[in-house]
Design a protein around this ligand. Structure first.
Ligand code: GAR
Length: 191
């Protein structure tokens, strides 16, 4: 069974950490083979190196002319490492259509809202501003429409009257750490 996955991240990398921990516990059958970050200071880079991920790359978008060229460099790395699933974990770049077509149905994303509510870059802030009383997170297959592919899993949390961005996001992230490794495990086992 090819259980190799590539994780793409832009930020602190706590979802990557949760996936690596689930793998180490034996709760997720993936092997994190590749981690790619588009930010030099992404915490995900340090987390990946510390965990001994075989291929860890900072790929600088400034070194490429346009989205297609940058995505082609990422897809080359992923294909060379023979990864079967691409896991977006706080990856804050829009993917080109050609990248999505290279791995059809094999790219998944986690988003900090109950989709289809609050697509976009600040789902937590948008949920707070709207005044919803329940929010959560969604794992979905990536398609060319932003945050809109088929939903694989969701988990909800209450929004409390005293919540600010940080407290609500933290509550949502606790759920992210549970559902993302589970979805990855199931996708690999079902493939
Ligand atoms: C997560 O909450 C994830 O849902 C969100 O970024 C955070 C990354 O945290 N993703 C998006 O907003 C995508 N639109 P992490 O770097 O600690 O894993």
């Amino acid at each position: 069974m090819n259980n190799k996955i590539a994780v793409l991240a832009s930020g602190k990398g706590s979802n990557l950490k949760a996936i690596l921990e689930a793998v180490a516990r034996g709760d997720c059958c993936a092997k994190v083979e590749v981690v790619i970050c588009n930010k030099a200071d992404a915490g995900a880079l340090q987390i990946a190196k510390k965990a001994g991920v075989p291929h860890v790359y900072f790929i600088n978008p400034k070194d490429y002319v346009g989205r297609e060229a940058f995505d082609a460099a990422c897809s080359q790395v992923i294909q060379d490492a023979d990864c079967k699933l691409i896991v977006l974990a706080g990856y804050m770049r829009i993917l080109s259509e050609s990248f999505i077509q290279t791995f059809p149905q094999h790219i998944i994303n986690i988003h900090p809202s109950l989709l289809p509510s609050f697509i976009g870059a600040d789902a937590v802030g948008d949920a707070l501003r709207y005044g919803v009383k329940v929010s959560g997170c969604t794992v979905h297959i990536v398609t060319k429409e932003l945050d809109s592919g088929p939903i694989l899993a969701q988990s909800c949390v209450p929004v409390l009257i005293e919540d600010d961005h940080a407290s609500l996001h933290a509550r949502i992230q606790e759920k992210e750490y549970e559902i993302y490794p589970d979805v990855i495990d199931k996708l690999i086992k079902d493939s």
